[in-house]
Design a protein around this ligand. Structure first.
Ligand code: FES
Length: 251
């Protein structure tokens, strides 16, 4: 049976036929991502309270030239591009911040600004294509963060466990899930392959693709949980380092 055609409202910012609270999805993104951006920027420039005992803030790892022999500013600024570039070019975050910050569009089937749309085919957004290279860099950063997590269990050469050890270990675990659920890795494992059994290392590639697909389906969850954990890990180290509270030794 033929349905009745409903004319779409004039396309302008926010116009829509949707009756649900479509804006409820972008408000938390705006608050959380915006809040994290402000906090991380302040901490990166602060250049202080980034380590205590065996703990090192993930915002400052790897720690380069902390004595300021040749770099007069905060050591975090030397390494900022790696994690920032990885998150900023992430396929999931792109969707999230295009909607929440650029309102481009604010949500599916919701009107946006009228303008020529070039997508990611021209400068500056064409740079988003560098995501795969940031992925390689992120794996390198993970090595440093795992080293920091292991080191956080060593108190004056003795094995011990503090709350900070658990915070740093949980953080790097979530960051690993986030990194290894990346779309680029899934494409590396199984992209451009029509037939796994015919491809070189087909069996291994299929297994890698299968695992990365499992993780990739949860990429949004890992993106948010790792964002919160990395912010909290830095906050924890800062609070302990500045003496606002004491690290609790569990063992
Ligand atoms: Fe999100 Fe690669 S797609 S980290």
């Amino acid at each position: 049976m033929a349905g009745t055609l409903t004319p779409l409202p004039e396309s302008r910012l926010g116009s829509t036929l949707r009756r649900d609270s479509w804006w409820a999805e972008i408000v938390p993104v705006f608050v959380l991502l915006g809040g994290f951006g402000l906090y991380a920027t302040w901490r990166a420039f602060e250049g202080n309270y980034y380590s205590w005992g065996p703990y090192l803030s993930p915002f400052y790892s790897p720690l380069i030239d902390p004595q300021h022999h040749w770099w007069p500013y905060s050591p975090a600024l030397l390494i900022l591009l790696g994690p920032l570039g990885f998150r900023a070019t992430c396929y999931y975050y792109r969707k999230a911040y295009y909607r929440a910050f650029f309102l481009d569009p604010p949500a599916c089937a919701v009107g946006e600004f009228k303008r020529k749309y070039w997508g990611e085919t021209s400068f500056p957004f064409i740079l988003q294509n560098a995501h795969r290279y940031f992925f390689y860099l992120a794996v390198l950063f993970l090595c440093f963060l795992w080293y920091d997590a292991v080191r956080s269990f060593s108190f004056d050469g003795q094995f011990g466990i503090g709350v900070g050890s658990l915070v740093l270990t949980l953080n790097v675990t979530l960051l690993s899930f986030y990194t290894f659920s990346c779309h680029s890795l899934r494409h590396l494992a199984g992209g451009k392959v029509d037939c796994f059994s015919c491809a070189t290392f087909g069996r291994s590639r299929f297994e890698a693709w299968r695992i990365s697909t499992f993780l990739n389906e949860r990429h949004m969850l890992f993106a948010w949980s790792s964002l919160i954990s990395v912010g909290f890990a830095d906050f924890y180290v800062r609070m302990v380092a500045c003496g606002a509270f004491h690290d609790l030794r569990l063992l």
